[in-house]
Design a binder for this molecule. Structure first.
Ligand SMILES: Nc1ncnc2c1ncn2[C@@H]1O[C@H](COP(=O)(O)OP(=O)(O)OP(=O)(O)O)[C@@H](O)[C@H]1O
Ligand SMILES: [Mg+2]
Length: 254
């Protein structure tokens, strides 16, 4: 399954992406995490020490060029995760991390080429049944305009119980619908009270698939620079529930 995690800036996309990766790993999945934020943080949150060694996917352009442009290893077949060149990833047991990359300089222009490479990678990549791709998207809606996530099985829209976050979440959900993404789910984050829960449900018009509580453990791990796989509390349990809900919906075709 291919999952993209979206939402307004700072709502908890990277945190939930990492917790979901860890939950899927615990369930025996092979996971490819893709950090599509031009200011990447997944390596740190996943506990990879040598983030600077990774070659950004943006440099995979030639490999993913269309047949008409160039002949190469990936055009006649859909690449499997194992076919992807090692230099583009960091690895630990069951987990691979790729970054979209191209850290742009101030005033350095647009991320269009990287988005095109990511779109092609997501649509060409052929997954085995126990493999998952989790993409941590850039904040906001820009990538929807470029249809970067058009080949995704499920979009998770992370949303906190305040109006700004909810408006962006609804806009993302509409754009994902326009792209005909088969499954679009809201995921609540940083809920502290029953009122938070009812406000979110009322404003969204549906219940989130799951909601993460405000979890002091997550905050402390992040502050101390400790990878989120060390989390043992409510956030971990909720991530498990999220993984189970996703698997159930994907298996049911709902
Ligand atoms: N459920 C939670 N409980 C406590 N703290 C959280 C929770 N979710 C996220 N945070 C904290 O909120 C901050 C922002 O989270 P995160 O970096 O995951 O957001 P983001 O949506 O990826 O941000 P950006 O748009 O900048 O990429 C981090 O300090 C993170 O530790
Ligand atoms: Mg992030």
């Amino acid at each position: 399954m291919k999952i993209a995690i979206c939402g307004k800036g700072g709502v908890g996309k990277s945190t939930i992406a990492v917790l979901l990766c860890e939950a899927l790993l615990d369930k025996g999945f092979q996971v490819l995490a893709i950090d599509a934020d031009p200011s990447p943080h997944l390596a740190r949150l996943l506990g990879f020490a040598e983030a600077e060694k990774i070659v950004p996917i943006a440099e995979m352009k030639e490999l993913l060029a269309t047949r008409a442009e160039k002949d190469g290893p990936f055009y006649s077949l859909n690449p499997k995760v194992d076919d992807l060149p090692e230099k583009f990833m960091l690895k630990r047991d069951g987990l691979k991390l790729m970054v979209l990359g191209a850290v742009r300089e101030a005033g350095g222009g647009c991320a269009c080429p990287e988005q095109t490479v990511l779109r092609r990678l997501l649509s060409l990549l052929l997954l085995q049944s126990q493999e998952a791709v989790v993409v941590d998207m850039e904040a906001g809606v820009e990538h929807f305009g470029r249809a970067t996530v058009s080949a995704i099985d499920a979009v998770l829209v992370v949303v906190q119980p305040y109006r700004g976050s909810i408006e962006t979440a609804k806009q993302i959900a509409r754009m994902a619908q326009d792209l005909k993404i088969p499954r679009i789910y809201f995921v609540g984050n940083l809920l502290a009270t029953a009122e938070d829960e009812s406000f979110l449900k009322e404003e969204l018009g549906v219940s989130p698939l799951v909601s993460f509580p405000r979890d002091e453990e997550i905050l402390q791990l992040e502050r101390k620079g400790i990878p989120l796989k060390e989390a043992q509390g409510l956030a971990k349990t909720t991530a498990f529930k999220l993984a189970e809900e996703l698997l159930k919906h994907l298996q049911d075709g709902t």
